[in-house]
Design a protein around this ligand. Structure first.
Ligand code: C5P
Length: 230
């Protein structure tokens, strides 16, 4: 009665500006994706992980985690959602239709096991998220300048993180429909569920679960890993 994790790791990580995909940059001497997989492998009741890697990836198989019997790989796709769908198609062949799936970014190594427990205990469709601490402005563009259109009510704003949870076949159906109808709107799993009329539960998570995106994030993540291991 375990659950599965899906890890999209087929992106190029362009915003990092490094010479290799960001998931292979090292944090405390260990590649980012290996840190994330070690974290996931520690979750109780985990049945397995499907990692979507780029078709031309030459790094993944060198990781010690690649030979863990719980770790499976598939070739990713053009967009993040295509990579997730490739992993769900694989899972469809090995897991029951209502199996709980947690989709988690390779670039979020610092998610807390206590937040995973909260997510597993939440509604069938749910995601980790952080209540906004900054005031959020909706922008409009005027003569090439970004201008404030209006301010969003802060108490209603949450920043979506991962993992995002849903039953296997429901998520597969919603992502597939979402990507064929309005691909630009599908930037996470919850957005595909929303388009199909579901209201995933928002589970407040620790801020340390940020997505390593820019060079300074690597430094912060390394410092937090160091701090946690003391
Ligand atoms: O680019 P971004 O940081 O939003 O990517 C989030 C996650 O999705 C990363 O782990 C990235 O490797 C993955 N991804 C993917 N396939 C793509 C694009 C992104 O698996 N085509």
């Amino acid at each position: 009665d375990g659950f599965w994790a899906v890890v999209p790791a087929a992106g190029s990580g362009k915003r990092m500006g490094a010479d290799k995909p960001k998931q292979y940059l090292t944090l405390a001497g260990i590649p980012l994706i290996a840190q994330t997989l070690n974290n996931i492998l520690s979750w109780p009741r985990l049945a397995g992980i499907v990692v979507a890697i780029a078709a031309d990836d030459t790094e993944f198989q060198k990781l010690p985690q690649a030979s863990n019997p719980k770790v499976h790989t598939v070739a990713g796709g053009k967009e993040r959602a295509d990579s997730v769908l490739a992993a769900l198609d694989y899972l469809s062949g090995v897991a029951a239709p209502d199996t709980t799936v947690l989709v988690h970014d390779a670039a979020r190594p610092l998610v807390k096991p206590a937040d995973i427990e909260k997510l597993l205990a939440a509604a069938p469709t749910a995601l980790l998220a952080q209540p906004a601490s900054d005031t959020i402005k909706q922008a409009t563009s005027a003569e090439g300048q970004a201008r404030v259109k209006h301010t969003l009510p802060r108490e209603e704003i949450w920043l979506a993180q991962t993992p995002q949870k849903a039953p296997l076949e429901l998520l597969r159906k919603c992502l597939r429909r979402g990507m064929s109808k309005s691909p630009a709107l599908i930037t996470d799993e919850a957005s595909a569920l929303e388009l199909a009329g579901y209201q995933p539960e928002l589970v407040a998570a620790c801020r340390s679960n940020f997505k390593v995106t820019h060079p300074a994030d690597l430094i912060l993540a390394e410092a937090l890993l160091q701090y946690q291991s003391e």
